[in-house]
Design a binder for this molecule. Sequence first.
Ligand code: NAI
Length: 508
Amino acid sequence: MTVDITSSSLSIGIVGTGAMGRGIAQIAAQNGIRVMLFDALPGAAGNAREAVIATLAKLAEKGKITAEQLAATSAKLEVVAALTELASAQVIVEAIVENLDVKKQLFQQLEDIIAADCILATNTSSLSVTSIAAACKRPERVVGFHFFNPVPLMKIVEVIDGLLTAPANAEAMLALGQRMGHTAVRAKDTPGFIVNHAGRGFVTEALRILGEGVADFWEVDRVMREAAGFRMGPFELLDLTGMDVSHPVMESVYNQYYQEPRYRPSALAAQRLAGGVLGRKTGRGFYTYTNGAAEPMPVAAVPTALPASVWVSQAIPAWGDAVRAIVTKAGVTLETGPAPSRDALCIVTPLGTDATTLATTQGLDAARTVAVDCLLGLDKRRTLMTTPLTAPGLRDAAHALFAIDGTPVSVIRDSAGLIAQRILACIVNIGCDIAQQRVATPGDIDRAVTLGLGYPKGPLGFGDALGAKNILAILESMQGFYGDPRYRPSPWLKRRALLGVSLLTEEN
Ligand code: NAI
């Protein structure tokens, strides 16, 4: 028999009433579920109950909930003094310390107390649900129930099937997540589940760009925010999360996948962690913070001298045309011949390549070549990239040209894939590999990432918007340039790009 999640008399136990346990208790009680709170630390569960009620009272003050809702929700929250008092719970959610042995021991103790059909759910973010279940007499009753902090605002929960979890129990937890007002997605028990797995592309590739000296960290943030539409740049995100949290997650996913190159962490991050330069919490990370505000970063002055004439590569005709339109609008002489004149500024439009490779393969003078990223269009922040030989005067002339209509410009050093192409290709590729491993359905992958990470699109949706063939071309070019298996395309991406279908397409 499985638990009836819809029952008005449903009661759950929450063990561990810290930040996560409180949030889970709040949304459960708000949705009419009786919650019994237990914590090993004397007084902690009572404090948690009071804290949740205080939060609810604030919501009532702001008019977000009624006085009746406040009273009804508060009445659903009970404190218990011993684990044995959880005997009547139909579901127990543990949100205790992230330690495998301690969680195993708790579930073993609970199995002697609870009913035969009670579900044991774990909010673990990094441990294997299967390993926790291994301690239980009935491993089929153990399900992952992974929320994000702060729980009431992060409206997503990953429901994780361990190897031996009974499907009916995972389905019951999906229904419970939905009853609590969250989007519940289902994932296989794999390192990082969906969200912490999918999140590897954004920051690890950004750290790699920084490590290569391609651009300053703030320039990477500006490009990802303004051109790619992320709420925060990767370095702002690292500072917010704290390197003490981010780096161990990067290492954990990498090592749990036996050093899979796609997730390789960065030596830069390890050094920052060792140095205690953790982010906002220490007042200094990539940015320095005063009273919670990051100190402003330099903005390069926009040069004014325009190039005398410009030749634009038509290797990718639509992109060449878009650049030509800017040149014409600026009133600069546009050369339309097959090859540039001796003095022209040469503009190339890379797709996964670097400026040097394009200059040399197209027979252009590297000293006069500047690349521009067209993948995301040219109406938001524009990224320009030089070769190691680009003359500073022509680099500045290109900057002046692309900034003439007031659009901000980032000028970076040569890099296969520029900034946004590199990072987005890695995000899409990892998302595709999550789909390939059947960790979750393509739809659930994108839902989990947009809600759990706040990305403007899920990885598969990004791939569709930018073109799966383009993403494949970027990765293949980068893999060739760097000789690094980190960039090898996922079979999921390759097949759908070849077939010309959406990355959200499942197998028939
Ligand atoms: P926390 O440190 O705020 O709270 C943990 C609570 O559990 C404390 O009140 C502690 O006294 C209690 N506790 C520890 N061992 C216990 C035991 N054996 N029996 C009963 N109570 C015990 O921790 P937080 O942040 O709430 O995390 C809890 C769990 O949720 C961890 O497994 C963590 O990995 C997971 N998680 C945390 C997220 C976060 O952002 N903080 C996000 C997603 C999951």
